[in-house]
Ligand binder design. Structure first.
Ligand SMILES: [Zn+2]
Ligand SMILES: [Zn+2]
Length: 233
């Protein structure tokens, strides 16, 4: 094999990358740039705070993948994969992440690794603080025979579950036995409206909606609605 020398460091090498030995090429090539540190506020429910918004995540791993990948600057002919050890989130958690960038130079694959420390900072999100604070926008009052009440309660739970991913305030604050029936406290008045429509579609229900203004929260008036669902057999 013909002996090759790197013109920069004079080292003997089998392969040249754009005219340089691998070490010199890697030193000079800037095919991936990552920030040294990334910190993200993460709630125990899995939501993370990004650009001042709380966003839902499938998992902490998926969130790290997405946040780190979006912070990487790279050429379009460079592929990137992330590597990190398994970790547990407990309190403020630091996860060292290796960003392995790969590109093909002169028909040969070459890899370069960059490090980023990903810090998870625990913080309660807007939804969890509302849930734990007993927040509610609507009360559904279910009345009628006990059997039908339970059926409608199941419907309420099903609809709340259905909209969980699209409306973050689709949650039940509490379910209370009350005089003549069941009262369900809901985080979202919009969802309460959907429950009213759906229960009328399925059951023989007469509804009555009462609006009330209940003071101020974060500079805006807090409106609440009470929806009475009276079910006939
Ligand atoms: Zn060299
Ligand atoms: Zn949360």
């Amino acid at each position: 094999m013909l002996r090759k020398f790197c013109p920069k460091c004079a080292k003997e090498t089998d392969v040249l990358f754009e005219g340089l030995c691998k070490d010199c090429y890697l030193k000079g090539a800037k095919f991936v740039e990552v920030p040294q540190n990334i910190s993200v506020l993460v709630c125990r429910c899995g939501r993370s705070n990004e650009k001042k918004r709380w966003v839902q995540n499938a998992s902490v791993e998926e969130m790290i993948e997405r946040v780190v990948t979006s912070s990487i600057k790279k050429d379009k002919d460079t592929d990137v994969r992330l590597e990190y050890e398994p970790f547990e989130v407990s309190g403020k958690t630091k996860v060292p992440v290796s960003v392995v960038a790969r590109r093909v130079v002169g028909g040969r694959e070459i890899e370069k690794c960059a490090q980023v420390v990903f810090t998870i900072i625990p913080q309660t999100c807007d939804v969890c603080s509302r849930v734990s604070g007993g927040y509610y926008e609507a009360i559904i009052q279910i009345r009628g025979s006990k059997y039908k009440q339970n059926q409608v309660l199941e419907l309420v739970e099903r609809i709340v579950g259905q909209y969980k991913d699209t409306d973050k305030f689709s949650f039940i604050t509490q379910v209370q036995d009350s005089k003549g029936g069941i009262d369900v406290y809901l985080g979202s008045s919009k969802i309460a409206g959907k429950i009213e429509q759906e229960s009328k579609r399925i059951y023989n229900v007469a509804s009555k909606v009462t609006h009330s203004v209940c003071g101020m929260k974060d500079g805006r008036t807090l409106n609440r609605i009470t929806i009475l669902l009276r079910i006939s057999d």
